[in-house]
Ligand binder design. Structure first.
Ligand SMILES: [Zn+2]
Length: 599
């Protein structure tokens, strides 16, 4: 559908829009709560300077903080959802601005809380924590205290705080360099039309079945990065240096240890992931060799990895068909799950259609006092059906965690954020594989979809994770990260993962410069662990063993009630004592064998 033919929001049937009156009947009700918020802030700030007086006071202060944040989240959720319906609508835009402005002001005004809590003398704190009145908040306070040995004096913290903006300059320079200043040449499409290459349309070129088009786009992309590679090396070096120095200043053994501290993840989780993937490179090589054969190529290059091996599913799904399909796929989860998804449809938690000025993409969003809404831009492709299943996974995770946890422990940690969503995609995959058991074309489409997802999320992201670790360790030995060094390291790593089947164009050495995630401080490994966990959960659910399914529910219900690795372990995915990633990659090997049979 072209932009011009998009409908106006008012022309979309009501049943295909979300019902925000479930939060506030109208904006007057929002305004009333907005005024109440100020009272709650004042109430909380009255505890300033008093936290150490008694366990009762400390308990009341945290409860007051919770009440304030809880209302703020409700106000913000309504405002941002309203704004996303029509991003140009001034009234909603103003609500959104006021909510986010208020959030920033409150966070500055209430910044005294953590330092004051951490400053309480250890003995005094231990005696307060032993009192019954603090039992509920004890785990959460202990979580904060864990950071004490990495917290500096008030004066030092103030200095670092004032410098934090300055220290993010390298990342900001990288962003403006690559988003705003960097221009790519034009490349030829299949029909010989010339189009300007952009970061956004690059993948479309790589998906072309015309090899010349793919190669041309690849060369154009990385020659452009080659031209700015020294600047990219400087911004990368600056960012890595920032991570390393800040880990040293705060008494962490390394930058990686600092990055894993918040989720209490052990270093082995990260290094085991890399080792597991190394062990299973042969399965990747087997897939890539098969790809080369199927594409009838003499030599496989990095730009041959995205062109589809199987025909696309051309069927256009109506939204009703998509709903029925995911409901069928979720039947294996049992009645409560299906009933809740049906409720989401009936009570209009979903904003379905694309319309003018609506936020693009798809997400699940909400808070403790709202239902977990879903925003879609549904166009009827098979991918859109998978997106519906994915976002419903997020929403059901929120729904069950909110239902079974108190507000304070309800929101699940980032490490677990993509697991329920991906598990749903895998359940849908399994359902469709069975439904189309006699349709080899559809089977191969589905298999290639999943195989490429594992390749992209587990193999590729782990290669990124390994690169990230390598360059931080070099910096920790005070080795400057020059363009040559970064390119050489990246090229060798690429060869380690892909070299068994791919003869890579030399320009691939510049690829690291194109990945913004390297500025996120050890984030990408979560894609690999997330999909590995989801594969295990989906297998457990589909095994038919009711106790394994119950365990998965314990994950959905757990929110942030304890350490995330313990939540996962109790739910059946033990990252520390069990080869979760190895199992996922063994399954990858099986999928490849299956594909060979079908194609
Ligand atoms: Zn997601």
């Amino acid at each position: 559908m072209s932009r011009k033919s998009l409908p106006e929001r008012k022309d979309i049937p009501l049943e295909l829009t979300w019902d925000l009156t479930l939060i506030y009947p109208d904006s007057d009700a929002w305004e009333k709560d907005f005024i109440c918020l100020d009272e709650l802030v004042k109430g909380f700030n009255a505890y300033r300077g008093k936290l150490s007086e008694s366990a009762v006071i400390l308990n009341d202060a945290i409860a007051a903080l919770d009440n304030m944040e809880r209302l703020l989240e409700k106000l913000y959720t309504y405002a941002h959802l309203k704004h996303d319906e029509d991003t140009a609508e001034p009234a909603a835009k103003s609500l959104e601005n006021r909510a986010s402005g208020k959030a920033a002001a409150i966070s500055a005004e209430c910044a005294w809380f953590e330092p004051e809590l951490l400053a309480i003398d250890d003995k005094k704190m231990q005696s307060m924590l032993s009192e019954k009145v603090l039992a509920f908040y004890k785990p959460s306070i202990e979580e904060l205290l864990r950071a004490k040995k990495h917290t500096l004096s008030e004066k030092e913290e103030r200095i670092l705080g004032a410098l934090s903006d300055v220290l993010s300059s390298p990342a900001e320079i990288y962003e403006s360099l690559t988003d705003a200043d960097l221009r790519f040449p034009t490349v030829r499409r299949e029909n010989k039309d010339k189009v300007e290459l952009t970061s956004g349309n690059y993948i479309k070129f790589l998906e072309s079945s015309d090899r010349k088009v793919r190669k041309h786009a690849f060369k154009a992309m990385f020659s452009s990065y080659k031209n700015i590679i020294n600047s990219c090396a400087s911004t990368m070096d600056g960012t890595v240096k920032k991570h390393v120095v800040s880990a040293r200043l705060r008494n962490y053994p390394s930058a990686l240890d600092k990055a894993l501290f918040a989720d209490e993840l052990p270093r082995e989780l990260y290094t085991n992931l890399i080792e597991s993937v190394h062990r299973h490179i042969p399965e990747l090589t087997e897939y890539l060799k098969f790809r080369k054969k199927k594409l009838k190529l003499k030599k496989l290059d990095m730009y041959d990895l995205y062109t589809p091996l199987a025909k696309r599913d051309e069927h256009v799904y109506t939204y009703k068909e998509a709903q029925e399909t995911v409901l069928k796929a979720f039947e294996v989860m049992g009645e409560e799950y299906v009933a809740t998804v049906k409720r989401a449809f009936a009570e209009r938690w979903v904003d379905v259609m694309e319309c003018r000025r609506k936020r693009s993409g798809a997400y699940s969003s909400g808070c403790y006092d709202t239902v977990p809404y879903l925003l879609l831009n549904f166009n009827g492709t098979l991918n859109d059906v998978f997106t519906l299943a994915h976002e419903l996974g997020h929403s059901m995770h929120s729904y069950f965690s909110h239902k079974h946890q108190e507000y304070h422990y309800a929101s699940y940690p980032i490490f677990a954020a993509e697991i329920a969503s991906t598990t749903n995609e895998l359940l849908l995959h399994d359902y469709l594989m069975k439904k189309y058991a006699d349709d080899p074309a559809m089977q191969s489409t589905l298999l290639v979809h999943l195989i490429d997802e594992v390749r992209a999320c587990i193999y590729r992201q782990t290669m990124f994770a390994e690169f990230e670790l390598d360059i931080h360790e070099l910096r920790e030995k005070d080795v400057p990260l020059t363009a040559d060094l970064l390119c050489e390291n990246y090229y060798k790593l690429n060869d380690k993962y892909y070299g068994g089947a791919v003869k890579a164009d030399d320009l691939i050495r510049y690829e690291w410069a194109r990945i913004p995630h390297f500025y996120y401080n050890f984030y990408v490994f979560k894609y690999a662990t997330g999909l590995s966990a989801a594969m295990k959960f989906a297998a457990n659910i589909l095994s038919g063993d009711a106790s394994l399914k119950e365990k998965y529910y314990s994950f959905l219900k757990a929110g942030d009630s304890k350490n995330v690795l313990e939540i996962l372990k109790d739910a059946g995915v033990d990252f520390i004592n069990y080869p979760v990633v190895d199992d996922a990659l063994k399954d990858f090997g099986k999928l490849v064998k299956q594909l060979k049979k079908v194609l």
